[in-house]
Design a protein. Structure first.
Length: 470
């Protein structure tokens, strides 16, 4: 089991790119697989989660080739470099029954979106996952998908995995009000809606990430948004298209916060996804006092991306709540670390969804912040954090609880703590950010030197998740 040992960092001045967006990478494989022809995907995130999605679709008869620059076959390796391109031969909406259970690994997105697609197949599939995924509730997707005509067998009242999906060809369209703000549940229902002969509508309580709608549009599948309702008509087959996956703002978030906290730092992040349903982190950091410039380009495939420049300064506490929560849901652990170093109190509330992520992220963040000497109070749906007024934290020894975002958030905390911090159980980082450990080392050793920026990281320089002292 690997660990990170992190020491206090100096201000940084550099330029980086981050690996491809996880949510978009999953969907790129899924929509290309359901399309009517060949699609080429670039920028794909070669992380454990996204490879689980690719393996799942391969097991259902979809030909997927991962290729290097010279067209040789790409394999995941120690370096962490992704494939140059991924070629997916779509088979249309009908998949082939897999020979055995489909392993979704650690990935909730794979299992939940796949449940929507499998609901409309004329075969049954068993979906399995690792220990963490096996504790996550699937009832939130099986409930609405059962109303559409599929049947499911999960474990216990929350229908945790293993989950058997008995698909049904000719699903019924529904109008469904989501009980929680979840892009995964919204997407599962919209995808099942393709297998109906009518109009399926999902009403969300708050706006959630809209990659499914934006990307389906690129693949010429129309969805319609009216206020908080999103509708899709059944029978539309995605048209094959090439697709570029931008960098993941949720991965950039760790470095944005690292730069924002440190007066004198300046960081440029290029080619990062700037979809407005994901950029809440920028708004929060600006509110806390960071200076951020955004240079936006809208890609031909509809997913906006661009360059971010961030300058560090003293941060101040803030309140993160309500409609803003779904937009920053994956960034709350690292925002809690920013809050721990800010001037004044930060309150995070309305975020009880954090309790059903890869781990209970409310209790994990609260426990770990305490190990770093932070004054923090757990709320049922969030936390209250007393900032250190820019003073260094005390080095902590903490676990990731097997959760990639907890591991990375507390590695960043270690950059702002006196002494050596240890974060254990960091293999999980590979589920979203191969190459994180190498980036961390560069940030730790990088100092402001003279003027201008030295591009030190062009691509993920390597997954060191297997290294004992990354
Ligand atoms: C995701 C949606 C969010 C997010 C997850 C990825 C997606 O989950 O936390 O990391 O790709 O749709 P919920 O839908 O459960 O909020």
């Amino acid at each position: 089991m690997s660990e990170y040992r992190v020491k206090k960092a100096h201000p940084i001045a550099t330029e980086i790119t981050v690996p491809g967006d996880k949510s978009i990478s999953h969907r790129s494989i899924m929509f290309a697989a359901l399309s009517n022809g060949t699609c080429e995907i670039t920028g794909f995130l070669p992380s454990g989660d996204c490879l689980s999605t690719a393996t799942a679709f391969r097991s259902m008869g979809v030909k997927i080739d991962f290729l290097n620059n010279d067209d040789s076959v790409w394999e995941p390796d120690e370096t962490g470099h992704g494939p140059h391109r991924v070629i997916v031969q779509g088979r249309g909406l009908q998949l082939q029954a897999p020979a055995g259970p489909v392993d979704c690994g650690n990935s909730g997105t794979t299992m939940r979106l796949l449940s929507g697609i499998l609901a409309g197949q004329d075969f049954s599939t068993v979906l399995t996952g690792d220990e963490s995924l096996s504790k996550r509730p699937m009832k939130r997707v099986t409930g609405p998908l059962s109303l559409m005509g599929a049947t499911f067998e999960g474990t216990g009242p929350k229908e945790t995995p293993p989950l058997t999906v008995h698909g049904h060809s000719g699903l019924k369209p529904i109008t469904y009000t989501l009980p929680m703000a979840s892009a995964q549940v919204k997407s599962a229902i919209l995808l099942a809606g393709l297998y109906t002969e009518g109009k399926t509508t999902v009403i969300e309580p708050e706006i959630t990430r809209n990659h499914t709608e934006t990307m389906l549009r690129h693949f010429r599948v129309k969805t319609v948004r009216e206020g908080m309702a999103i509708s899709i008509y059944g029978g539309q087959v995605p048209e094959s298209r090439d697709f570029h996956v931008p960098g993941d703002i949720s991965s950039a978030a760790f470095w944005l916060v690292a730069a924002a906290i440190q007066p004198g730092s300046e960081l440029i992040i290029k080619g990062v996804g700037l979809n407005e349903t994901r950029t809440g982190i920028l708004k929060v950091l600006i509110r806390m006092g960071a200076q951020i410039a955004e240079d936006l380009t809208t890609g031909a495939d509809g997913e906006p991306y661009g360059t971010l420049t961030i300058r560090g300064g003293g941060l101040k506490g803030t309140i993160i709540e309500g409609a803003e929560i779904p937009n920053v849901i994956d960034e709350l652990p690292i925002l809690a670390v920013a809050a721990a170093l800010a001037h004044g109190k930060t309150i995070i509330r309305d975020a009880k969804e954090l309790r059903v992520k890869e781990t209970d992220r409310i209790s994990a963040v609260v426990e770990n912040l305490k190990h770093f000497g932070v004054e923090v109070r757990e709320l049922f749906d969030g936390m209250e954090i007393e900032g250190s007024k820019g003073e260094s934290l005390t080095a902590g020894k903490v676990t990731s609880f097997g959760d990639h975002r907890i591991a990375m958030a507390f590695a960043i905390a270690g950059l702002f703590a006196e002494g050596e911090s240890i974060i254990t159980d960091t293999d999980c980082v590979n589920t979203s950010y191969p190459g994180f450990a190498a980036h961390l080392r560069l940030f730790q050793s990088r100092q402001v030197s003279g003027s201008g920026h030295t591009p030190v990281i062009d691509r993920p320089p390597g997954s060191l998740s297997k290294s004992p002292h990354a």
